[in-house]
Ligand binder design. Structure first.
Ligand SMILES: Cc1cc2nc3c(=O)[nH]c(=O)nc-3n(C[C@H](O)[C@H](O)[C@H](O)COP(=O)(O)OP(=O)(O)OC[C@H]3O[C@@H](n4cnc5c(N)ncnc54)[C@H](O)[C@@H]3O)c2cc1C
Length: 439
């Protein structure tokens, strides 16, 4: 068996670029990175690694928080150069090679007046995002990214290539809808149901720090329950800013009416609202800084009911004590279409959550690293009593009982599916699903 595709090793001038993920917190030095160009390259890479007993990881968009797509000394099977997108406008279907990035997916589908609900940052990999769920500013109107998945091509542990959907390998398809990347096989192609999209209306509202409790409380009691066509977020930063932003698939007039509770709450210091093309809105929500490699620590969780007053004060205190100005708590509203599916219908368990919340810290000097990591951990622990689970797409090595917090009651079934498709556990990383031993 031979490795095929574009091969990069430590001797090559582009090795450093090739081995670097978006999170540079802990550097990794793989022995070989193979940039696959087609499914045969993927099969060859997998069989080569097995034959030579070389540990390997799968990589696409490079955005794993904990760099589960990298390893030292082994082989990285990289899919990012398999990124063709084909849109069937008549059937409202898009067939997308697994290496495509979100920004390219949005742009290509936009040319056909179509889209899929996905995340915000342009160079996040579609495949990693989909396999763990996928939340963004269309979640409440069209559901999670994984809810719009119709089919996937997967290279199994045996090297066999299968197509999985609601009819073929149904159990595997269920697991791919929220079970998390890297667990069941190497996904090479994804087929989605697409949605027509034209103009949308977006808003941005800012409050003064003194209005923290009032602004946040108004947002949390409004955002998950308002019109399903409207998905919004709120970001509270250590630099003492509070900004809510959101997108309505509807007119500016409708949006203005819908955001009245926010506008009336505690006198915002800035309100911006406009109607724009959907593709412009994706650019508005994308943060160029987040597309660049940098060291960071992030974690996040799901919230099932609005926070009580004491939690609001706690969040404010945690932010005021943060080690750097960039530290932030970011939340996005859920419910709507994402909440209309039962927890056991897909591997994505936390369907009854109202909010997904993220804690993040980034730093520029190495000596700031430890205090920033500690801060994220202290926020996760302090707010833990108000949250009901964690998001597998925001993995955190500090989470001890991740099997339950990522997957809830679905973990047992995921283990059974893992045992069926990867009994020898060749697809593994620090928080990968273990095959059940009862098969
Ligand atoms: C800046 C930033 C912004 C983000 N924004 C959002 C957001 O808006 N919404 C949201 O829901 N999430 C968001 N995320 C989280 C994101 O969904 C996850 O990090 C996701 O796993 C990234 O996938 P990737 O392909 O880019 O990453 P990678 O690091 O390449 O892979 C992530 C995981 O998937 C596995 N994997 C990669 N390719 C394949 C494949 N072809 N087949 C099987 N497994 C594979 C890897 O082994 C790894 O375990 C964001 C993350 C970052 C860092």
């Amino acid at each position: 068996m031979k490795l095929t595709g574009r091969i990069v090793t430590p001797k090559d001038p582009d090795y450093n670029e090739a081995r670097t993920n978006i999170n540079t917190n802990i550097p990794f030095y793989p022995k070989i990175i193979v940039f696959c160009q087609c499914t045969t390259d993927v099969v060859n890479a997998l069989l080569w690694a097995k034959e030579n007993c070389i540990p390997f990881r799968i990589r696409s968009g490079r955005h794993s928080y904990e760099n589960f797509s990298l390893l030292n000394d082994g082989l990285v099977i990289d899919i990012s150069e398999m990124n063709r997108i084909h849109v069937d406008t008549m059937e409202s279907i898009a067939s997308i090679e697994a290496g495509a990035e979100l920004g390219d997916v949005y742009k290509k589908l936009w040319k056909h007046g179509q889209t899929i609900p996905a995340g915000t940052v342009a160079n996040v990999g579609l495949v990693g995002l989909t396999l763990g769920g996928g939340i963004g500013y269309l979640t409440r109107v069209f559901g999670l990214t994984c809810d719009n998945l119709l089919e996937a091509e997967v290279v199994l542990a045996s090297g066999k290539v299968v197509t999985t959907n609601k009819h073929n390998h149904r159990d595997l398809f269920w697991a791919l809808q929220g079970g998390g990347g890297g667990n069941f096989g190497i996904v090479t192609n994804l087929t989605f149901q697409t949605h027509s999209i034209h103009n949308v209306s977006i808003f941005s509202i800012e409050w003064a720090w003194e209005d923290f409790e009032c602004a946040y409380d108004t947002w949390q009691n409004w955002a998950p329950y308002t019109d399903c066509r409207l998905t919004s977020s709120i970001e509270m930063k250590a630099n003492r800013t509070i900004i809510a932003q959101g997108q309505l698939v509807g007119s500016k007039e409708e949006l203005l009416k819908l955001i009245q509770p926010l506008v009336k709450a505690c006198k915002p210091c800035s309100i911006k609202i406009k109607n724009t093309s959907f593709i412009n809105a994706t650019r508005f929500f994308d943060d160029p800084a987040e597309n660049e490699p940098a060291p960071f620590k992030r974690s996040g969780s799901f919230v099932q009911e609005p926070f009580p007053q004491e939690a609001l004060s706690l969040m404010k205190r945690l932010l005021e004590k943060a080690p750097s100005e960039n530290c932030a708590i970011w939340q996005q509203s859920l419910c709507g279409k994402a909440g209309c599916i039962e927890p056991e219908d897909t591997a994505f368990f936390y369907r009854d959550s109202i909010i997904a919340q993220e804690y993040n810290a980034t730093w520029s000097c190495h000596h700031e690293r430890r205090q920033n990591i500690r801060w994220v951990e202290s926020v996760r622990k302090s707010l833990g009593r108000y949250t009901n689970g964690d998001y597998v797409n925001w993995p955190d090595l500090f989470i001890q009982n991740w099997q339950t917090t990522y997957y809830g009651d679905n973990y047992k079934r995921l283990q059974e599916i893992k045992a069926k498709y990867d009994p020898d556990n060749i697809f593994r990383f620090p928080q990968s699903i273990m095959p059940s031993t009862t098969l």
